[in-house]
Design a binder for this molecule. Structure first.
Ligand SMILES: [Mg+2]
Ligand SMILES: [Zn+2]
Ligand SMILES: [Zn+2]
Length: 884
């Protein structure tokens, strides 16, 4: 029998529907094995009081004792519910809203729904039609019915003119009399009213009367959960510590007793009402201790008690904390740090971690010698082993084995050795928040000294990792299937192109880019020694290319070395960041265009546009997309090491002279800022004299603000052109900005020219004092400086007022990012929960669980984005190049 057949022969039950109801008082009494009648818990001898909350009939939580209901011990008996008869009924806070809905929609006199007979008939028919198939539409209709019934003041059935019911969270109900006074409705009255509503009318309100009568939402009997739900702990000192729920139940019983005595002795109504309200308070906080508008119930120490709702709710609650997620074994977590020498597919694992995480390996005749070595070395020395499992399934802890040699000798095929993590093992590596597929990828272990995980710099973008203290998690797959999947599906090099937008997310950045630029520059010539260094860094096993210059010394160009590592059949043409007006790649002189012919970089410099991550139509994207992942991964590994080595050999540094501007530049900048300020002044004059005309759809003030912001923001843009004109074209600052390695012209402008207009939420700064932003300005000033225009630059130094505005704008940006991440995080959670069982079926359709069709073709075009050219099936430009 095949597995399928075997599964099909198992009788199956299918859940057709789930119904939620409320337990009736009778039901609670039937479930109950005893009534809890006393607030005493233990007697002087420390034994449970009969009829108390720790009664043995409810079940037992300590070993040895036997349950008095079923006679079983605590590990077999799940416990049994008891009950408390409440002297006066109280509202169940969880159902207060439903009580309110029913009260509003029904007549307090006859209990009928406040709708005319013909309306009832019409709604009933519509509801019946919707109920089976369109649950949400039925719900909408019920909401509509509730609203309609709530609007009517006179009962169409008995003609009673009712008063408005008011609900005050969490559990107070009032009736508004004609003269506007509020009369409190106590739970007893409410219960009577709700009990009058006929079953047929309840169905219109969305309540199934078979499982939930509205008066059951007002508790006359309270179920008491067994001790397993609220276990007590016996401390070593002999003192018993009770669960929060037990404390709460004792409070309820005590208050119930007091109320009972008060009623029996005929105490005045206000005393009874006070006790009744306290009973209500204790029952409410037993269910939920975070109710708005009422004080939180606390321990003597001041710690808030945990209600039933608090056990279930939130991140650490039963659902999110214990059921849909669990802590796992075979995992490790530590700080990450960079390592440019390892492969993108690798992760550096500290020896201390490699000695704890293990891989179970079955002994065969081929690996028995190696496994014996591991067992001999044991748990202390790496690479060793921590456990040995015999064919009978006995687990031997190597820490306590005296004669490891004898044990190693006994190893035979069929045994399992749990050996340490070694180089080449596949593991899963992950950084939270796990927002997309590439937040968790397969890495090959490289055991290294130190205490941090080592990560290749090019793999930072998919994880969104940096090294300012970020920590990451590592998981070791324990079965051959899991390891095979990780290796074939999850390995880093198979995820160079992201499923998010179909471009390379892994690629060169920062130092790699500037290194590549400098190496590919046409002024770069390399001696034999340098070539040897570089080819060594790239781990090339092939013969070096012939030198480009033979006399007087042999010299190689940087482009030759780069070409040495390119695939031999690669052809590509693309503009660089240095492209001028020249449009034809083949006739332009200089390095403005990249031309690769049969794997030879004949022209052009490398920059972010060609080898960087996240670039459309780039050299690197072609390699990643057109060659197998191994080839692309290998190219990236070797070329990135090569670029970095060249940066080491050549040297690259950034200092004050990297952003030097000559005097003429400053003259021009001064003029530019002056004219900007003058234009702003003119605008202010125009505005103050009332000559300024409002733009369509704006007030005059808004028009003025728009115009002055535009004028002042333009200053920095214009400054950028001046800086670009005068800055030395081979200065480090300019090169980094231009190649895309780090920073931009704007950063340089801010360093040497002007910070420009500071904005908060896209507007000039205007908050502060009533008529001005700071007391340093004249009253009523609306000029450039008051609005946060910063004339100075970082190198020139900021005035205190400028510094303040710059800090204010910076803080605004910080708050913005914090708010955005919180919002998108919560949205992500909701989306994941809503879409968790959507999958692409083998026929290419997208379905929900239960085979419900969502899309006939994945994404409506059937394209796997991570195997596409930015979402398209093929890139026409590169296809043309292939044909040529
Ligand atoms: Mg960080
Ligand atoms: Zn039992
Ligand atoms: Zn009525």
């Amino acid at each position: 029998m095949s597995l399928r057949e075997a599964l099909d022969s198992v009788p199956r039950k299918i859940i057709k529907s789930i119904r939620f109801g409320i337990l009736s008082p009778d039901m609670i009494r039937k479930y109950s094995v005893m009534e809890v009648t006393t607030s005493e818990v233990y007697d002087e001898g420390g034994l449970p009081v009969r009829g108390g909350i720790a009664d043995r009939r409810l079940g037992v939580s300590e070993p040895g004792a036997r349950c008095e209901t079923c006679g079983q011990t605590h590990d077999v008996c799940p416990g049994h519910f008891g009950h408390i008869e409440l002297v006066k009924p109280v509202i169940h806070v969880g159902y207060a809203r439903i009580i309110y809905d029913v009260l509003r929609a029904t007549c307090p006199n006859c209990g009928r729904i406040m709708l005319k007979d013909e309306e009832i008939k019409r709604y009933k028919e519509r509801l019946d039609r919707l109920k089976g198939r369109w649950r949400l539409l039925a719900q909408n209709l019920q909401e509509k019915i509730k609203k309609k019934a709530a609007e009517r003041a006179t009962c169409p059935h008995c003609g009673y003119k009712r008063n408005k019911v008011r609900f005050e969270r969490p559990y107070y109900f009032y009736e508004e009399t004609e003269n506007g006074a509020l009369v409190k409705l106590d739970p007893e009255t409410l219960r009577e009213r709700l009990a009058k509503v006929p079953n047929d009318d309840l169905e219109l309100l969305g309540i199934n009367p078979v499982v939930a009568r509205p008066e059951w939402a007002i508790l006359k009997v309270l179920p008491v959960p067994p001790p397993h739900v609220r276990p007590s702990i016996q401390l070593e000192t002999g003192i018993r510590s009770e669960d929060d729920l037990t404390h709460k139940l004792v409070d309820i019983i005590r208050m119930n007793e007091k109320l009972k005595i008060a009623l029996e002795t005929g105490a005045p109504t206000n005393v009874v009402d006070n006790l009744w309200d306290l009973l209500q308070y204790h029952v409410a906080t037993y269910f939920d201790n975070e109710l708005p508008g009422i004080p939180v119930a606390k321990h003597r120490g001041g710690r808030p008690l945990k209600g039933i709702a608090q056990r279930l709710k939130g991140k650490e609650g039963r659902f999110r904390g214990s059921l849909s997620s669990k802590r796992v074994n075979f995992s490790a977590r530590t700080v990450i740090s960079p390592d440019p020498h390892i492969s993108i597919n690798e992760v550096g694992v500290p020896i201390d971690i490699a000695k704890v995480l293990t891989v179970p390996e079955r002994v065969t005749t081929w690996n028995i010698d190696a496994l014996r070595e591991y067992v001999l070395r044991g748990p202390e020395a790496w690479p060793g082993a921590n456990y040995v499992i015999t064919p009978e399934g006995r687990r031997i802890d190597l820490r306590y084995v005296k004669d490891r040699r004898a044990l190693a000798e006994r190893l035979a095929p069929g045994w399992i050795v749990e050996r340490h993590l070694v180089d080449g093992d596949i593991v899963l590596f992950n950084r939270q928040p796990s927002l997309h597929r590439v937040s968790m990828m397969g890495h090959l272990v490289k055991v290294l000294p130190g205490r941090t995980f080592r990560l290749h710099l090019a793999v930072c973008p998919p994880y969104n990792a940096d090294f300012d203290g970020d920590e990451m998690n590592l998981h070791v797959p324990q079965t051959e299937e899991a390891r095979a999947e990780a290796r074939t599906l999850m390995l880093v090099e198979k995820h160079i192109i992201t499923p998010r937008y179909g471009g390379a997310i892994i690629g060169a950045r920062q130092d790699y880019i500037i290194g590549a630029y400098l190496l590919s520059h046409k002024s770069t010539f390399l001696t034999k020694k340098e070539v040897a260094y570089l080819l060594g860094a790239g781990k090339s096993a092939e013969d070096p290319p012939e030198p480009a210059i033979l006399h007087p010394v042999e010299l190689w160009t940087g482009k030759q070395i780069i070409s040495h590592f390119l695939p031999k059949d690669l052809n590509w043409v693309q503009p660089t960041a240095f492209k001028s007006k020249c449009q034809d790649a083949y006739t332009c002189d200089g390095d403005e265009w990249i031309i690769v012919i049969n794997g030879n970089l004949v022209k052009g410099v490398l920059d972010k546009k060609s080898i960087g991550a996240e670039q459309v139509d780039s050299l690197w994207h072609r390699i990643a997309r057109d060659y197998p992942p191994e080839v692309a991964g290998r190219w990236l590994d070797s070329s990135l090491r090569l670029f970095l080595r060249w940066l080491d050999l050549r040297g690259f540094t950034f200092g004050m002279d990297s952003v030097y501007l000559p005097k003429e530049a400053y003259d021009e900048l001064d003029k530019l800022i002056e004219s900007g300020l003058k234009k702003a002044d003119e605008l202010i004059q125009e505005f103050k004299s009332g000559r300024l005309e409002a733009m369509p759809g704006f007030t005059v003030e808004e028009t003025f603000e728009n115009k002055i912001t535009e004028v002042l923001s333009r200053v920095r843009e214009d400054a950028a052109t001046v800086v670009e004109k005068y800055i030395r074209k081979n200065s480090e600052g300019y090169l980094m900005a231009k190649t895309g390695a780090r920073g931009s012209i704007v950063n340089i402008v801010q360093m040497v020219a002007t910070l420009g207009q500071q904005t908060i939420r896209g507007e000039r700064i205007r908050r502060g004092y009533r008529t001005r932003t700071l007391p340093h300005f004249p009253v009523g000033d609306i000029g450039a400086y008051v609005g946060g225009f910063v004339k100075s630059c970082f190198r020139c130094g900021l005035s205190p007022v400028e510094y303040f505005f710059h800090a204010a704008a910076g803080r605004d940006g910080l708050i913005d990012t914090a708010v955005r991440t919180a919002q998108s995080g919560y949205m992500q959670r909701r989306l994941i929960n809503a879409l968790q069982d959507v999958y692409v079926a083998y026929d290419g359709t997208v379905r929900f669980s239960g085979s419900t069709l969502l899309q006939v073709l994945y994404g409506e075009d059937g394209v796997d984005v991570s195997k596409s050219d930015h979402g398209k099936v093929a890139d026409v430009k590169s296809l043309r190049l292939w044909v040529r």
